[in-house]
Design a protein around this ligand. Structure first.
Ligand SMILES: CC(C)(COP(=O)(O)OP(=O)(O)OC[C@H]1O[C@@H](n2cnc3c(N)ncnc32)[C@H](O)[C@@H]1OP(=O)(O)O)[C@@H](O)C(=O)NCCC(=O)NCCS
Length: 169
């Protein structure tokens, strides 16, 4: 008969742990990124903006516009943050190319954005998200964002939005 101690002493085959994911390369926005960022925005956010928008928002807070790249430097995701209210950073656009999602790219972008926001002395971060975007809401909730307002008909197709916010301790 085997007792519990016996089974505890029996060496079990060691599970094969997945190799740690390599760090996601991040850099600042560059003019040549515009077509890539615009393509991600069209696919992921279903919006089309004048290219000059990216440039002018980048000029306002260059460190708030982060680009995640694959190994050759091509953008695979981005986070565009602005700071239009004293002490507050706002995630204006945030998206990762569909093929590269669920691999930690969004996490790398958000971690770095929050670090830069704190470095700038910002005390609060806000964002807006479609009420039906469960994936993004779950992601933001994991980051400590919570819903502070319902924005009726906020999006161009009439969908409601949530405003979410968190403190930056
Ligand atoms: C929201 C978004 C930016 C997240 O980007 P992402 O690169 O997929 O983010 P991550 O990979 O870091 O994390 C996503 C999830 O995958 C999980 N994950 C990360 N690496 C993983 C891996 N190797 N294997 C399995 N799951 C993984 C994370 O834990 C996270 O879980 P969660 O769903 O509980 O939050 C992305 O889904 C996106 O671009 N969506 C479309 C655009 C959009 O909705 N933007 C927000 C508008 S407000």
């Amino acid at each position: 008969m085997r007792c519990i101690a016996d089974s505890a002493l029996t060496p079990s085959p060691s599970p094969t742990l997945p190799a740690p994911a390599p760090p996601v390369p991040l850099r600042g926005f560059q003019l040549r990124d515009v077509p890539h960022v615009a393509a991600i925005v069209t696919e992921a956010l279903h919006e089309n903006y004048d290219p000059s928008l990216y440039v002018s928002l980048s000029d306002a807070w260059p460190d708030g516009f982060l680009i995640a790249t694959e190994s050759l430097g091509q953008p695979i995701g981005f986070l565009l943050g602005v700071s239009q209210i004293e002490g507050e950073g706002r995630v204006l656009m945030f998206a990762v190319d569909r093929e590269h999602r669920r691999g930690g790219v969004g996490t790398a972008l958000m971690d770095e954005f929050l670090r830069r926001a704190r470095d700038r002395g910002l005390r609060r971060a806000t964002l807006e998200v479609r009420v039906g975007n469960a994936t993004a809401i779950r992601f933001y909730t994991r980051y400590g964002f919570s819903v502070i307002d319902l924005l009726r008909g906020y999006y161009s197709d009439g969908e409601n939005g949530y405003q979410m916010a968190r403190d930056l301790p």
